[in-house]
Design a protein around this ligand. Structure first.
Ligand code: A3P
Length: 292
């Protein structure tokens, strides 16, 4: 049996992943999630932290609302796309009517078994890990459950070592890529959404089996831009700022290449070495920067 391994006052390691000491979720709850009752119409939005989860929540909510008027509801995206592993397993938001969408950061071996068995649709959003690292560094200063990094350099090393919330980015994407033929999974690259949001929405609709009109697709795109989401309290997690759970806005910059403003040359070399060592077998190419 895997045991709980305390990493720090903030994190414990379980099954190669790091979870939050200050959260109520414990190994028994995580194990119980494997038996969470899935429905064939469920959709799972899976990400490593800071990869564009909140963005994809908005896109999925808009697509589902356009495809099915019963799905329209006056609630935040956080309520409409509840977090699978957040808090206790009897979280009432899970009993929502079909089709349900859940968010998760869990690796494939910790998802509910039904996700694979019932071939439930999984949308996996991934992003270049240098920008994830910078976004995560800022987020660690925002979310009260995370340890505030003592310096960027410390956080940089923790990220490379996988000693951050949810563990190693490298393992996360490798695990999902390895499982791609066993899962009903659609990979979406954050930077491709920046380059051509409409094109990615169209591909996503095809994966979800949602036949939207051109006007409906335009609406999904318009309401999912950084600018639009930043002022939309249903999409931007403002309620968490207002209730002091986040100290900063989650809609920070929304760009590709911000790491260039932060990494030193030496840090970049170190990152590239680790990247080369851990990722050379993966046939996915990161987009490190998009010039404006
Ligand atoms: P930055 O901190 O680099 O700005 P997650 O939702 O997984 O926590 O990811 C958060 C990151 O996604 C943040 O990155 C945030 O700004 C970015 N993001 C959220 N909505 C976005 C949008 N509509 N367009 C581009 N980036 C977005």
């Amino acid at each position: 049996m895997d045991s709980l391994d305390p990493l720090s006052p903030y994190l414990f390691r379980y099954k190669r992943r790091n979870f939050l000491v200050k959260d109520k979720l414990r190994p028994a709850d995580l194990d119980a999630l494997q038996h969470f009752e899935t429905r064939p119409t469920d959709i799972f939005l899976v990400t490593y932290p800071k990869s564009g989860t909140v963005w994809m929540q908005q896109i999925l909510v808009q697509i589902m609302g356009a495809a099915d008027s019963d799905w329209t509801e006056d609630a935040t995206n956080r309520k409409r796309v509840p977090w699978l592993e957040e808090r206790l397993v009897d979280n009432p938001s899970r009993g929502r009517p079909d089709p349900r969408i859940f968010g998760s950061h869990l690796p494939p071996n910790m998802l509910p078994l039904g996700v694979k068995d019932k071939q439930i649709k999984v949308v996996y959003v991934w992003r270049n890990p240098k920008d994830i690292l910078v976004s995560f560094y800022h987020f660690a200063q925002s979310w009260v459950l995370l340890e505030i990094p003592s310096s960027f350099e410390d956080f940089f090393q923790q990220f490379l070592d996988g000693n951050v919330y949810m563990g190693s980015w490298f393992d996360h994407i490798q695990d999902y890529h390895k499982e791609r033929d066993q899962l009903n999974i659609h990979f979406v690259q954050y930077e491709n959404m920046l380059k051509d949001l409409r094109g990615e929405v169209v591909k996503l609709c095809a994966f979800l089996g949602k036949d939207l009109t051109d006007e409906a697709i335009d609406h999904v795109v318009e309401t999912s831009t950084f600018k639009s989401m930043k002022t939309n309290p249903k999409a931007n997690y403002k309620d968490l700022v207002e209730t002091d759970r986040y100290k900063k806005e989650t809609m920070r910059k929304g760009k590709a290449g911000d790491w260039k403003n932060v990494f030193t040359v030496a840090q970049n070399e170190r990152f590239d070495n680790v990247f080369e060592e851990k990722m050379s077998n993966l046939p996915l190419s990161c987009i490190w920067e998009i010039k404006e």
